[in-house]
Design a protein around this ligand. Structure first.
Ligand code: AMP
Length: 115
């Protein structure tokens, strides 16, 4: 069994989060340490440890998750100007929470490449 992460506790409503969207598939909430004017995390309700584990998931799980990321970004009004979706994976990706999460970053001109 994988470790209980902070996002497990947010899903279980054991600790609070600033929730911007929720349905049967996902929870989306504001990042506690925002790196852009809009910085929202989207996590699936069924736990997946990280991006590399998506390879083992049923296509419907992956599809509904990715679809919700797009829907949340649209609901946040980011589509006209654009935004970035980031998955950090593992040590080199600087993943700090072992529960898959998509970062939606927007609300300003973002730079490229990342560090
Ligand atoms: P990562 O480095 O990709 O694993 O990103 C983890 C993200 O979770 C970071 O951007 C943190 O600021 C964010 N974070 C950690 N704890 C919380 C929390 N309790 N509520 C909201 N965001 C959090």
């Amino acid at each position: 069994m994988s470790e209980v992460s902070i996002f497990d506790k947010i899903i279980a409503k054991e600790i609070p989060a600033d929730i911007v969207y929720e349905d049967d598939w996902v929870l989306a909430f504001n990042d506690i340490n925002p790196q852009a004017p809009v910085h929202v995390l989207v996590i699936p309700k069924a736990k997946i440890p990280g991006f590399s584990s998506l390879a083992d998931q049923e296509a419907v799980q992956v599809g509904e998750f990715i679809k919700r990321i797009s829907q949340v970004a649209n609901k946040l009004g980011l589509d006209p100007d654009g935004y970035r979706v980031v998955f950090n994976q593992g040590k080199h990706g600087q993943q700090s929470v072992n529960y898959i999460h998509a970062h939606i970053l927007g609300g300003k001109q973002l730079s490229w490449p990342p560090g």
